[in-house]
Design a protein around this ligand. Structure first.
Ligand SMILES: C[S@@+](CC[C@H](N)C(=O)[O-])C[C@H]1O[C@@H](n2cnc3c(N)ncnc32)[C@H](O)[C@@H]1O
Length: 398
């Protein structure tokens, strides 16, 4: 399959591999038992989430602008642009399950998944005159601090392919999304040579860094967007999205002794913004006297190892523990999560719960086994964040 070259092997010894294999077999047996109803008695009722991400991105009327999606994944950018009123032209992704996800949720869309979705094989000139804006998140593993940071030496660096599409189609505007490590010192010459140099001749580039909780998404997640306009006038019209929400807990004078504030609560002084929910509130879990933003949900599908965990770091583990939420062995649905009680009795996450923490509404279901669905979720731009970017671009174009 074309996608296999995309998967990076895990660099471990045979003994370590055996330990992981045994652990994962034991966990599969325990899960199968639980799903048959032979496990520990369930502790938590099925949760009814309070956050509906659709509320964070009210559907706007068609604005007439036509958008083409590259590296569409599970469709975070696609959904945001759709809700912002753009007309979908086509989506491309090399993973077959991305194609299935998008066709399931939007049967009327033109979607190229699997080998047909491989952007390296497309002659983009046939789209010239048919597309106003191109958006895409070229794979971020070459730049991610969680990856090996090989930049253009990494065969997964797809920025040149995104740029080829822009230069061949010549849209009015484009937006490319990535991890913020890309704008760090380590990649400054990469950014200048590979990204900015070929584009600057025809486009004015604007860099925008956005944070998920500023748009009501209950997760610590930052992303950088490179917005490009062919006309100088549109670029000077452009205003980056302003926060709609802020994460803050109770005012300090009302803090109960057992409620602990985290760093984010101290950073956001604004009173005028709507409050961003914490994880427990968003998922509709009972009050335990502590709530906070979800640690960054990992992008597992294309990382070094397929996994059903959303855990991204050691510090994340501590936060999940304080939240009394188990971030490993994510269940396919809420019923299975309820039946498969973790040893420590914490709340087990399910795929639809992880999707909500990434800003996807319940109606947006993901194709594939748990690890594949989590890969699409973890790789995505949270749709409400994508929506605000899309709205900001539409405003500059009008
Ligand atoms: C960071 S994800 C994009 C997520 C997407 N922007 C969203 O918001 O949901 C990168 C995607 O690029 C895809 N990809 C990698 N190589 C590709 C190629 N040659 N052609 C098309 N898609 C590719 C991966 O399968 C992955 O889904």
């Amino acid at each position: 399959m074309a996608a296999s070259s995309w998967h990076q092997g895990w660099d471990i010894t045979d003994e370590e591999r055996e330990v992981y294999r045994k652990r994962s077999q034991a966990s599969s047996r325990a899960k199968a038992k639980a799903v048959r109803g032979e496990g520990r008695r369930p502790i938590h009722p099925i949760n009814v989430p309070w956050l509906n991400p659709d509320d964070l991105m009210p559907q706007l009327a068609s604005n007439g602008w036509r958008s083409l999606s590259l590296f569409s994944g599970g469709g975070g950018l696609d959904l945001g642009f759709d809700r912002a009123g753009f007309t979908h032209v086509a989506s491309y992704d090399i993973l077959p399950e991305s194609g299935i996800t998008l066709r399931n949720v939007r049967p009327e869309w033109t979607v190229f998944g699997g080998e047909q979705g491989d952007v390296t094989q497309v002659d983009w000139r046939e789209y010239r005159g048919l597309v106003d804006i191109i958006h895409g998140g070229p794979p971020c593993q070459p730049f991610s601090v969680a990856g090996r940071q090989q930049g253009k030496e990494d065969s997964r660096d797809m920025f040149p392919e995104f740029i080829r599409a822009v230069l061949e189609i010549e849209p009015i505007a484009f937006v490319a999304e990535n991890v913020t490590a890309l704008v760090g010192k380590k990649f400054s010459s990469y950014l200048k040579e590979v990204v900015e140099h070929p584009l600057r001749q025809n486009y004015t580039l604007i860099q925008v860094i956005l944070s998920a909780p500023s748009f009501g998404i209950p997760q610590m997640r930052k992303r950088v967007f490179f917005v490009g306009f062919r006309q100088e006038k549109m670029a000077s019209n452009y205003q980056s999205p302003l926060p709609t929400h802020s994460w803050h807990h109770l005012p300090t004078d009302k803090v109960k002794p057992h409620v602990q504030l985290d760093l984010f609560s101290l950073l956001d002084p604004s009173e005028t913004l709507q409050p961003c929910m914490g994880v427990r509130e968003a998922l509709g879990l009972p009050d335990i006297g502590f709530d906070t933003l979800s640690p960054t949900i990992r992008s597992s599908l294309t990382g070094p190892r397929h996994t059903t965990s959303v855990l991204s770091s050691v510090s994340a583990q501590k936060i999940w523990e304080k939240l009394q939420i188990w971030p490993n062995g994510v269940a396919l649905n809420r019923e299975q999560a309820r039946l498969f009680v973790p040893d420590n009795g914490h709340f087990r996450l399910s795929v639809p719960d992880c999707a909500i923490l990434q800003g996807f509404p319940e109606s947006w279901s993901f194709d594939g086994a748990v690890y594949k669905a989590l890969g699409q979720i973890g790789n995505a731009v949270p749709p409400p964040m994508a929506y605000r970017v899309a709205v900001s671009i539409a405003q500059a174009l009008s």
